[in-house]
Design a protein around this ligand. Structure first.
Ligand SMILES: C[C@](O)(C(=O)O)[C@H](CC(=O)O)C(=O)O
Ligand SMILES: [Mg+2]
Length: 297
């Protein structure tokens, strides 16, 4: 009720324990706190909070317009509603290395289990679009060092994302990934890998967990969990999947009202009132007042 009982430090510890094992951790992107509850109920190992989704939710493109305050507030709302560890997309860290340091502390306070910081120049853009630019190695390293030095909970996961692959190729991306690990990154997010072999090459080049971004309509093919696990990938994110599904249905539902004059035909595709109440734990609130949950389907 009200929020998940697991503390932020326990979630971080569990994430670290899971990463110390062998299994692939699956993190769908929650587009709101309620969807994080659904992700937990379906048995996933963690929740991802996407910058693209957070921007889109505000009606904005993913070009670095969102602020740390907005990202921390929304990701904190999502993180506190699930017992799963939540990893947030912190883009370029919202400024210079000193800002990155502050970003990490604010996200720790918001109850996140980890964050990734990328090496794009400010303003950043979606990693699967063309025309990206990255900062030089020393600036990328400074961002990660600043993040690592700033964290107060040693279990808070600091992941370095590199966007170098699409600009300078795989070998350069691997060299950068190694340097970011040397700078203290706990995990690597190699963005826009072309095929499974590239994930495998990164995973075997670094001795920290590697993340695969299975975003749709992007540069990477949609590999299965079995394929990713066999390539040595340890974390997979489905960042925008739930938002795309929900928005797809929302659009079809609106079309239905326009065409038929009623939403009745769309009702069988909807989450029912009973299911929504179950997910919200409506009944649990009767502990305060037995008149709260009086719904009978
Ligand atoms: C992972 C990502 O950074 C995100 O914000 O979710 C995006 C996803 C997308 O735009 O599809 C990305 O840059 O890959
Ligand atoms: Mg992003």
């Amino acid at each position: 009720m009200l929020h998940a009982p697991t503390s932020a430090s326990d979630k971080r510890r569990r994430l670290r324990e899971a990463l110390a094992g062998q299994d692939l951790l699956r993190l769908p992107g929650a587009f709101n706190p309620l969807s994080a509850r659904l992700i937990e109920e379906k048995g996933f190992e963690g929740v991802y909070i996407s910058g693209a989704v957070l921007s889109a939710d505000l009606g904005l493109p993913d070009i670095g317009l969102t602020t740390l305050t907005e990202v921390a507030a929304r990701s904190g709302q999502i993180a506190r509603m699930t017992n799963l560890p939540a990893i947030v997309d912190a883009d370029t860290g919202f400024g210079e290395p000193m800002n990155v340091a502050r970003t990490i502390q604010v996200l720790e306070d918001a109850g996140l289990a980890g964050a990734h910081i990328e090496d794009q120049v400010n303003p950043k853009r979606c990693g699967h679009l063309d025309g990206k630019s990255v900062v030089g190695l020393s600036d990328a390293v400074k961002r990660i060092r600043a993040a690592v030095d700033a964290r107060r909970d040693p279990d808070f996961l600091i992941m370095a994302r590199t966007d170098v692959r699409a600009i300078e190729g795989l070998d350069a991306a691997i060299d950068r990934a190694k340097a970011l690990v040397d700078a203290g990154a706990d995990a690597i997010f190699p963005e826009a890998m072309a095929d499974l072999g590239e994930f495998e090459a990164v995973a075997s080049a670094v001795d920290v967990p590697v993340l695969a971004n299975m975003t749709e309509f992007g540069k990477s093919e949609l590999f299965s969990t079995a394929q990713l696990a066999s390539a040595g990938v340890r974390i997979v994110i489905y960042p925008v999947t739930l938002l795309r599904l929900a928005m797809g249905e929302a659009e079809r539902g609106l079309d239905e009202i326009v065409a038929a004059g009623t939403q009745a035909g769309a009702v069988p595709r909807m989450q029912t009132r009973a299911r929504l109440y179950e997910l919200l734990d409506y009944a649990g609130y009767n502990e305060f007042d037995s008149e709260i949950f009086t719904y009978r389907p």
